[in-house]
Design a protein around this ligand. Structure first.
Ligand code: IPE
Ligand code: IPE
Ligand code: MG
Length: 249
């Protein structure tokens, strides 16, 4: 990783959690007359550069959208590549992630039978292996959909009510949040999306209620740790109001 320019960063106001919507791999590849999958391959090192950048600035939670519940609708060759690629990344990167103090989490419907078993086992192994790390929580949103996540939480709560373990009055924002995929994951303070698309595409719907959003035109394979730092600097100039008023009366 090239040296980061941290001059404009306020080290005391680093957000707790940054989410990344890594978009534009296909367009990056197509503009080079390459297959879409080579864009995913080119984007892989960028994610790990961002992990190093996150460690350098003391970020505690970094989440990255690697495969959405809607991405199954892509051509089967691309889907197979992305499934294989998830395994390959875990095989190649797990040791260095573990050594750097990164704790890995996978967020999504991991029980989905379309996910190859070997892949599922590797994800479990990676979570287990890094479970005692706490320098940086890296959340890979894999087979993730925000609506599916909320629906699953509602199903769990309904089952608890039907079983008499809970009354409907106890269904609150807190009890719903406690039944999301990773209850300990804080809401993202900042979500950065690359490739110029200005939408959230079903990413962290519950947690993003008051997230700051930054959209950059750069395609994901051209993104990097410095741009992550620049986004955090931009975030530090935003005024978050959470529905409150800036001035009195
Ligand atoms: C994002 O890049 C990566 C995944 C969705 C897995 P895309 O593959 O969506 O790239 P574009 O948006 O088609 O360029
Ligand atoms: C969002 O990107 C999903 C990931 C980055 C994994 P998409 O490319 O799938 O989203 P849309 O289709 O442009 O909304
Ligand atoms: Mg896309």
């Amino acid at each position: 990783m090239t040296r980061l320019d941290l001059d404009r960063l306020d080290p005391d106001r680093v957000p707790l959690h940054v989410g990344l919507i890594m978009d534009g791999n296909g367009r990056w590849a197509q503009s080079r007359n390459l297959p879409r999958t080579s864009g995913h391959a080119a984007g892989e090192s960028v994610l790990f550069e961002c992990v190093e950048g996150a460690l350098s600035i003391g970020l505690r939670w970094l989440s990255a959208y690697t495969f959405s519940t809607e991405n199954w609708s892509r051509h089967s060759e691309e889907v197979s590549f992305l499934m294989w690629f998830n395994e390959d990344i875990l095989i190649r990167r797990l040791d260095s992630m573990a050594e750097m103090g990164v704790r890995l989490h996978f967020c999504g419907d991991l029980a989905d039978p379309r996910i190859p078993d070997r892949n599922r086992k590797l994800m479990q192994k990676a979570e287990h292996r890094t479970a005692s790390n706490d320098r940086l929580h890296l959340v890979l949103a894999f087979n993730y959909g925000g609506r599916a996540e909320i629906a699953a939480a509602v199903r769990t709560l309904t089952a608890e009510v039907v079983a008499g373990l809970m009354s409907p009055e106890e269904i609150t924002e807190t009890t719903i949040a406690e039944r999301l995929h990773i209850p300990a994951m804080p809401a993202p303070d900042l979500i950065v999306r690359t490739s110029g698309e200005m939408r959230v595409s079903n990413f962290l719907l519950w947690g993003s209620a008051y997230s700051e959003l930054i959209f950059v035109d750069t395609l994901w394979p051209d993104f990097g740790a410095q741009q992550l730092v620049d986004a955090v600097v931009e975030y530090q100039h935003r005024r978050r109001r959470f529905g409150g008023a800036e001035t009195g009366r």
